[in-house]
Design a protein around this ligand. Structure first.
Ligand code: FAD
Length: 235
């Protein structure tokens, strides 16, 4: 029977910052580290504002709050975050790939066998009908047609890659995909503004919530103006 999977978002890459070298070069220090320290360094370089006379902007949180309020978001482009993502659907991938400031490396449906592909039930369907929402037979039937098609085409001499690229046409949108995704923090802010939003598709909104939770762990100051609940709630 097909396996139904849940989304998982793992932060596997994240910008580091050489605080000691920066202190030697400028005399400036900060109370943060990693990408958010780097963003502050980049911002302070612009005005050579290595001194911190104003208490409101003396901390990394205060400094970045001011920068973000003024929409000087280019300074957060210096930091990137990379996630290893599993348990999301091809539908989600289609929507996500519309964002032009992300970098994606996706499991190939031409090279990788999908005969045992896992499935992702859309959250609204799962909420209404239960965990696999009675979709097992749909998934099993699609996978069986896929497998049959690959077998016939390869037995007639077609390369496996070509047989799989043809047979994948019968796989549903709920087929699981996996990818590595990178964006700089400005890019992530832009994606999350649109997808951590009540108007967004429920699966990509759930994905956005997971990404935001991870980003808040490493860069809370860069996402301090983002709401706990999706944008648009209560409007
Ligand atoms: C709720 C929702 C529903 C949607 N429904 C549909 C739909 O039905 N059909 C559909 O096709 N899409 C749909 N989309 C996708 C949407 O149209 C955008 O493609 C997606 O949100 C990416 O936004 P973007 O193109 O503004 O930004 P990105 O590609 O993420 O780029 C970020 C920003 O960079 C700038 N930028 C990027 N490229 C250029 C450029 N070439 N020229 C100038 N400025 C640029 C813009 O300021 C842009 O806002 C939907 C999105 C959402 C959130």
């Amino acid at each position: 029977m097909p396996e139904f999977v849940q989304p998982a978002v793992h932060l596997i890459g994240w910008t580091t910052f050489n605080a000691e070298l920066m202190r030697k070069l400028t005399g400036w220090t900060t109370d943060a580290e990693g990408g958010q320290a780097l963003a502050e360094a980049a911002g302070r370089l612009c005005f050579k504002s290595w001194q911190k006379p104003n208490p409101a902007t003396a901390t990394n949180a205060g400094y970045l709050a001011n920068i973000l309020r003024q929409q000087h978001e280019s300074v957060v482009e210096h930091a990137t975050a990379t996630f290893y993502v599993t348990g999301v659907s091809r539908s989600l991938l289609t929507e996500l790939s519309r964002h032009r400031h992300i970098s994606l490396s996706v499991v190939s449906q031409r090279y990788v066998d999908e005969a045992n592909a896992a499935m992702v039930v859309p959250p609204a369907v799962a909420d209404h009908f239960g965990a696999n929402a009675g979709l097992s037979s749909v998934a099993a039937s699609a996978r069986s047609v896929y497998e049959g098609m690959v077998n016939v085409l390869t037995s007639e001499g077609m390369k496996r890659k070509q047989a799989r690229e043809a047979a994948r046409a019968v796989l549903p949108n709920m087929t699981e995909t996996q990818f590595v995704i990178t964006a700089n923090l400005r890019g992530w802010r832009d994606v999350l503004r649109r997808r951590w939003h009540v108007a967004a598709d429920a699966e990509i909104r759930r994905f956005a919530g997971l990404v935001l939770a991870e980003l808040r762990e490493v860069a809370p100051n860069v996402f301090q103006d983002f709401p706990a609940e999706p944008f648009g709630t209560g409007e």
